[in-house]
Ligand binder design. Structure first.
Ligand code: ATP
Length: 236
């Protein structure tokens, strides 16, 4: 039986006019799960709840069979996260960040970080404060992939990144899941670009769960359609 890496049960969070309404899904080991939904449907709210950046009103979040709050430090080491929030000290360079991260993460791999910086064309000696949006995203991704996380959580990780590097990143994610058995939760608005790497889907709309399903099963239900077409139809 495949191991459950992430188990979300009845996750609920209410803001004034928005309600994330009892969301449940599972991410299994070695799989890539695409979390899809329109702008404002609640994807980042789910992701920020999983990594503990926001406090949900109710529901359960289990990571590797443990409650999110039971062993926060252990779980933080196990998760690589990239989102629109940038946490790193901007007066540093990528090279000095490499040293700092060695004291933050138990399994920091300095040489792996250097390899990612080179592969994604991230400057090493430039001050992070002067980085472009795309450079910051690629730096966050390089950090997230360099401390040996078993669960990788990516909130629109290819936003603002040029075509060549986007393809490089998608290839790396596929390799991490297929060859290294890492589990990946990813949100995107670029379904056709991600289609080939995604194994499972969770589709939400206005805070409500539409479907959680395997990609293969979904494509087989509409043999002549692309994932994007099926997705658009589901939102109607
Ligand atoms: N701190 C907050 N206070 C009040 N409302 C919020 C807050 N954060 C998010 N929301 C609202 O919650 C809803 C869901 O937002 P969320 O960022 O989760 O959507 P999303 O699916 O990630 O959107 P996008 O695709 O545009 O990134 C939106 O209506 C948003 O305005």
């Amino acid at each position: 039986m495949m191991e459950d890496v992430l188990n979300i049960k009845n996750l609920t969070k209410r803001y004034n006019e928005f309600c994330l309404n009892s969301i449940s899904f599972t991410l299994r080991a070695g799989r890539i799960l695409g979390l899809l939904g329109s702008n404002g449907s609640g994807k980042s709210t789910i992701i920020k709840s999983i990594i503990g950046l926001i406090q949900p009103d109710s529901g359960e979040i289990e990571i590797f069979g443990k409650s999110l709050y039971s062993d926060e430090l252990w779980i933080k080491n196990k998760i690589g996260y990239v989102g629109d929030d940038f946490f790193y000290p901007e007066d540093l360079t990528s090279a000095s960040l490499n040293i700092l991260m060695g004291s933050v993460y138990d399994e920091w791999e300095s040489s792996k970080f250097k390899t990612y910086l080179e592969r994604y064309n991230v400057p090493k000696k430039k001050q992070i404060a002067t980085f472009s949006k795309g450079m910051k995203m690629k730096l966050s991704l390089s950090v997230a992939l360099s401390h040996n996380p078993d669960l990788i959580i990516l909130d629109e990780p290819t936003e603002g990144i040029d075509t060549k590097d986007r393809h490089e990143i998608l290839r790396d994610l596929e390799e991490l899941s297929k060859n290294q058995y890492k589990s990946i939760l990813i949100t995107t608005h670029h379904i056709s670009e991600m289609e080939h790497i995604i194994d499972d889907l969770v589709i939400i709309e206005q805070g409500n769960m539409i479907v959680t399903i395997g990609k293969k099963e979904l494509l087989e239900s509409r043999p002549d359609c692309t994932l994007e077409t099926i997705y658009m139809d589901l939102l109607k």
